[in-house]
Design a protein around this ligand. Structure first.
Ligand code: AMP
Ligand code: ZN
Length: 132
């Protein structure tokens, strides 16, 4: 994808604050961090989202997320860790090259990753279970 900014960052055409790199991935600091140390895992091969992501890359990305969470928690002395990933505009995706957010959390940091819990009604439960 010649016009994809994350392809260019992942492949080193655009410089970034890189925490980790191997043949298939780059992990870099997010330019608009939610918290101190917020980083992104980018595969070097373009996939717009999780639907396009090859299974093998998905598996490796999760293993890398696990390793980065341990290393970053140790280095940054954070108190918790969010790993999240958006697919589609409706879900908050703004850059359409698959990426995973690594968000170190600190006690009372005020980072707003939350929602108002609704209620699972019998009707909706039945509908979903039938569809799936
Ligand atoms: P999402 O909303 O899940 O698509 O996340 C996109 C993320 O990419 C946001 O957290 C942005 O702050 C971050 N971002 C956008 N452009 C850059 C860039 N050039 N370098 C680093 N992070 C970026
Ligand atoms: Zn791309």
């Amino acid at each position: 994808m010649s016009d994809c900014i994350f392809c260019k960052i992942a492949n080193g055409e655009i410089p970034s604050a890189t925490l980790y790199e191997d043949e298939e991935f780059r992990v870099l600091l997010d330019l608009g961090p939610a918290s101190k140390g917020h980083a992104l895992i980018l595969p070097k091969t373009h996939a717009a989202n999780i639907y396009e992501l090859p299974d093998e890359t998905a598996g490796k990305a999760m293993i890398l997320a696990k390793k980065m969470a341990a290393k970053m928690t140790d280095a940054l002395k954070c108190d918790g860790f969010n790993i999240l990933q958006n697919n589609g505009e409706a879900a908050g995706q703004t850059v359409f090259h698959f990426h995973m957010h690594l968000i170190p959390r600190y006690a009372n940091d005020g980072v707003g990753i939350s929602w108002e819990p609704g209620t699972l009604t019998e009707e909706v439960k039945k509908e979903i279970l039938e569809k799936m």
